[in-house]
Design a protein around this ligand. Structure first.
Ligand SMILES: [Fe+2]
Ligand SMILES: [Fe+2]
Length: 174
């Protein structure tokens, strides 16, 4: 059985993942406005992945007899100074998500709810991968630069990360 405290914390995590999904949707839209369709594809895929993270928690809550709540989502940033600033914001967002995942995980440990603790470890791994991925992207776009053909190559770089399944840190590291 899920405690009320953990139920609340998991529902907050649902809302955090929903916000992440919408933040990436906004980034995808901004990329399309800039003609960066490859980058847009990457951020659309990220948005879908975050929605699947949200649903996984949502389903877990109900499976352990809690009540999963559809979240209220605050509008994310929709305008960005440039691609570098946008990716920096994405990385900062992921770091916030990591902190939130750790909080839920710690709470489950304190309550000796090992089922929930174990469930959360998927998110611990996922966040490590996401931070590796966005650090990698940031390094690459800073290397390429945004002058001249820079934006074109950044677009290609991000599109390459989207190929096939959803982007992963492993893929980024190759
Ligand atoms: Fe996520
Ligand atoms: Fe993420």
């Amino acid at each position: 059985m899920l405690s009320k405290t953990l139920e609340k914390a998991l529902n907050e995590q649902v809302s955090v993942e929903a916000h992440a999904s919408y933040a990436y949707l906004a980034m995808a839209s901004w990329c399309e406005q800039q003609g960066m369709t490859g980058a847009a594809k990457f951020f659309f895929a990220q948005s879908t992945e975050e929605r699947s993270h949200m649903l996984k928690i949502f389903n877990y809550i109900n499976s352990v007899k809690g009540h999963a709540l559809a979240p209220a989502v605050k509008q994310p940033s929709v305008k960005f100074k440039g691609i570098v600033e946008m990716v920096k914001e994405a990385l900062a967002n992921e770091q916030k998500v990591t902190a939130s995942v750790y909080k839920v995980s710690e709470l489950a440990q304190d309550e000796k709810d090992y089922a929930t603790y174990n469930f959360m470890q998927y998110y611990v791994d996922e966040q490590r991968e996401e931070e590796v991925l966005f650090n990698h992207i940031l390094e690459r776009i800073e290397l390429i630069g945004t002058e001249g053909m820079g934006k074109y190559y950044i677009d290609k770089e991000l599109e390459a990360l989207t190929g096939g399944s959803a982007p992963t840190a492993e893929k980024a590291a190759n």
